[in-house]
Design a protein around this ligand. Structure first.
Ligand code: KG4
Ligand code: ZN
Length: 376
């Protein structure tokens, strides 16, 4: 059997994390994430121009850090600092979707390095990167799992909420997986993570709200406040969270401050439940009607234990496996997942033809090539 050895440097600056990773094929060697939470905290959300400046300040150090640890590579990288790039075969970079000023930093850096060190460059879609994060392996090649396709993925983060069918054109060839995607449902307004962040802001809990709401919800009663389950009973599999946010706002708007204060845990639990009820309701409907062979859960909100548990329950009920990335560190934004896409695209020879012309694509969608016969 033919084995490929490809060393990939991957870069992602699509939102508020400066990320670089080195992979040996689909094995993660290093995965460096420099978070900007401290910068954006004061504003209660990501400020694009502050994100851009922070990416510019951090990007070289983050790339250098990713290139440093190397003995597990075959053959190992040698040298120092950015010079290590001479041993890299391919550079992968997120071109979109994401915040335009932020994306530009990673794209410009990848172009600069590709030209200077004469490397092949792969343009990566950030959503595709989240989707393929379940195929990543650690440096020892674990977990080596066979994910049965077609699969249905629930992608939940601060920027996106989508239900995506994943199929593969050449499933027989593990060496040239040509994944195909079909977005069957998506949020019509806010993303699920964004909804949690906004509710946390309303309750003055801090930023980012998702993890804080999860912690508080553990102490609260989820049936304390009756909230609508967005899109329940609607045709199709789309989602919506802005109405829920408004309903939540009006439900507590006239409450005395002390009442809100006393019930913060109950309110967090109730809001979280409404968001997850909606996600699971829409996803379950899609699973029932589309009948995939396996389920996938990706994105920052998948850090949430309650949501993971509910997906597990759903998978048991439907008698199929559910796959999450092998480590929680791969749920949120990272560059290893970008490297995974770069790996599959490089195997198929899908490199950027004219590096000079490569540009960010803040509104990039998931492309759907030719519908394979088994596609959901
Ligand atoms: O994937 P991610 O790191 O970045 C984007 O691409 O947006 O996702 C960040 C989002 C934020 O909205 C954050 O509040 C949410 O994921 N999040 C969580 C948890 N950890 C992060 N939401 C619920 N529970 C968590 N434990
Ligand atoms: Zn993301």
């Amino acid at each position: 059997m033919l084995t490929y050895v490809m060393k990939i440097l991957a870069i992602d600056t699509s939102c508020d994390d400066t990320c670089a990773s080195v992979l040996d094929n689909d094995r993660i060697i290093t995965n460096v994430v420099s978070s900007q939470i401290e910068i954006h905290k004061a504003w209660g959300g990501v400020v694009p121009n502050l994100a851009k400046r922070a990416h510019e300040e951090k990007i070289d150090a983050v790339i250098e850090e990713a290139l440093k640890v190397n003995p597990l590579l075959t053959p190992p990288l040698t040298g120092r600092g950015i010079n290590l790039l001479k041993n890299i075969d391919v550079i992968g970079v997120t071109v979109g979707p994401g915040l335009s000023p932020a994306l530009g930093v990673g794209v410009d850096k990848a172009k600069e390095l590709a030209k200077k060190y004469k490397k092949k460059l792969v343009a990566v879609n950030h959503i595709e990167a989240h989707l393929l994060s379940v195929w990543l392996k650690d440096e020892k090649g674990e977990p080596d799992r066979e994910i049965e396709l077609p699969a249905l993925a629930l992608t939940v983060s601060g920027g996106h909420t989508k239900i995506v069918g994943i199929s593969c054109l050449d499933i027989a060839s593990k060496h040239h997986p040509d994944f195909q995607y079909k977005v069957v449902g998506e949020t019509l307004d806010d993303a699920s993570g964004e909804a949690l962040d906004k509710a946390a802001k309303l309750l003055e809990l801090g930023y980012p709200g998702g993890p804080i709401i999860e912690k508080m919800a553990k102490e609260g009663k989820a049936d304390f406040l009756k909230l609508p389950i967005p899109m329940k009973g609607q045709k199709g599999y789309d989602l919506s969270f802005s109405g829920l946010k408004t309903a939540f706002y009006y439900a507590i708007k006239d409450w005395p401050k002390e009442k809100v204060e006393e019930n913060k845990a109950n309110l967090a639990a109730s809001f979280q439940k409404a968001v997850f009820d909606s996600l699971i309701n829409r996803f379950e409907k899609a699973v029932e009607e589309i009948r995939p062979k396996s389920l996938i859960g990706v994105g920052g909100v998948m850090n949430n234990e309650d949501l993971r548990y509910r997906l597990l329950e759903l998978s048991k009920k439907r008698k199929m496996e559910v796959y999450f990335p092998y480590s929680k560190a791969l749920n949120g934004d990272n560059a290893a997942m970008v490297g995974m896409v770069a790996y599959t695209k490089a195997l198929r020879g899908e490199f950027v033809e004219d590096i000079e012309k490569l540009d960010r694509e803040p509104r990039l969608e998931i492309r759907f090539k030719t519908p394979p016969p088994s596609s959901p």
